[in-house]
Design a protein around this ligand. Structure first.
Ligand SMILES: NC(=O)C1=CN([C@@H]2O[C@H](COP(=O)(O)OP(=O)(O)OC[C@H]3O[C@@H](n4cnc5c(N)ncnc54)[C@H](OP(=O)(O)O)[C@@H]3O)[C@@H](O)[C@H]2O)C=CC1
Ligand SMILES: CC(=O)N[C@@H](CCC(=O)OP(=O)(O)O)C(=O)O
Length: 284
């Protein structure tokens, strides 16, 4: 059913979260923005800066590309000041949140000396509630499969953000897998290092003032992020190959979606950043 944004509906609103499917979300958000209501959009509609790239990956025309420049990419830890001042926040995708938080310290410091591989696994709630053959219990249970091998739509989003951090194009391979659990994403990221790089201490310094990104001393597990707003990041160097390995994990429905959206709202409204994010209900 198409959602109609009427003046009555807007009356007295300060901020709206939109969690509609792509295109329907932008169509609902634009009338809200026209009424000067702040918006956190959880769909992908305002994440990509170029309308033609959006059309290429999402297969539809953008309802109003003029908003793409204004939208702030809401990866809170990396864009805190811009989020605080924003009227429109594009909440990041679940996979991109895990990949970008894992790789930004290394990319920003110029550590990476070649192609990056991001190998990600997701629980089934990442696909939403609609029924489909691939998310049917008897297809998913006791099964693991790669999907979107020829290009997942989060690839341009991860590239856009890492290119900006690197200030040059990065070469990225991104591969997704569906695994038989309800929530959680685990991303294993690999990249050749330039010589003589220090590692986990720098990661800890980089995220020192970011309560929701924890740099761990042991490989993180999705159960550690179940129902909470943390992204756990574990960098190590494979000394045999001089390759950086970063494992990250998060809950796709919390730091990968609604939790990060609330974190962004808190900043946009001048509330404490962690407000209401310490004890969350978990469903499903
Ligand atoms: N699941 C995840 O891990 C993540 C999801 N997202 C994004 O968040 C958004 C929501 O995802 P998710 O909750 O998983 O998806 P679901 O498919 O579970 O839910 C989508 C909701 O939108 C409603 N809806 C569909 N079309 C319209 C329309 N034209 N007008 C009004 N309402 C509509 C549906 O209603 P009805 O049931 O009545 O059809 C349903 O309630 C999507 O853009 C998704 O890409 C982002 C990050 C992570
Ligand atoms: C397991 C699974 O199917 N995951 C979804 C994640 C996408 C998502 O929800 O994010 P957007 O908001 O960018 O659509 C997928 O691969 O399409």
């Amino acid at each position: 059913m198409k959602l109609e944004i009427t003046a009555d509906l807007c009356d007295g609103l300060d901020l709206v979260f939109s969690a509609l499917p792509h295109k329907a979300s932008a169509e609902a958000c634009i009338p809200l923005l026209e009424q000067n209501i702040k918006v956190v959009d959880i769909s992908a509609d305002f994440r990509l800066k170029q309308a033609d790239v959006y059309t290429q990956w999402y297969g539809v025309e953008h309802p109003d590309p003029t908003y793409l420049e204004e939208a702030v990419y809401g990866l809170t830890e990396l864009n805190r000041d811009a989020v605080s001042d924003a009227r429109l926040v594009a909440n990041p995708g679940c996979y991109p949140t895990s990949a970008i938080l894992a790789l930004t310290p290394a990319v920003q410091n110029g550590w990476i000396g070649g192609d990056i591989i991001v190998d990600s696994k997701s629980g089934v709630s990442g696909a939403g509630r609609s029924l489909s053959m691939t998310t049917h219990f008897s297809e998913v249970n006791e099964n693991v499969m790669a999907y979107s091998v020829n290009g997942h739509r989060h690839l341009p989003e991860i590239s856009q953000e890492l290119d900006a951090v690197a200030d040059q194009p990065v070469n990225l391979t991104f591969l997704t897998h569906l695994i038989p659990m309800t929530r959680g994403i685990l991303s294993s990221c690999y990249a050749p290092l330039r010589p003589d790089i220090a590692q986990s201490a720098m990661y800890k310094d980089f995220y020192a003032d970011n309560a929701f990104v924890q740099v761990t001393d042991t490989p993180p597990q999705t159960k550690q992020t179940l129902g909470n707003n943390y992204c756990l990041v574990h960098p190590v160097v494979d000394s045999r190959t001089n390759r950086l390995i970063v494992i990250s994990c998060l809950d796709n429905l919390v730091k990968g979606a609604a939790g990060q959206a609330v974190q962004n709202m808190n900043l946009m409204c001048g509330f404490p950043e962690a407000m209401s994010l310490d004890a969350l209900a978990v469903y499903p």
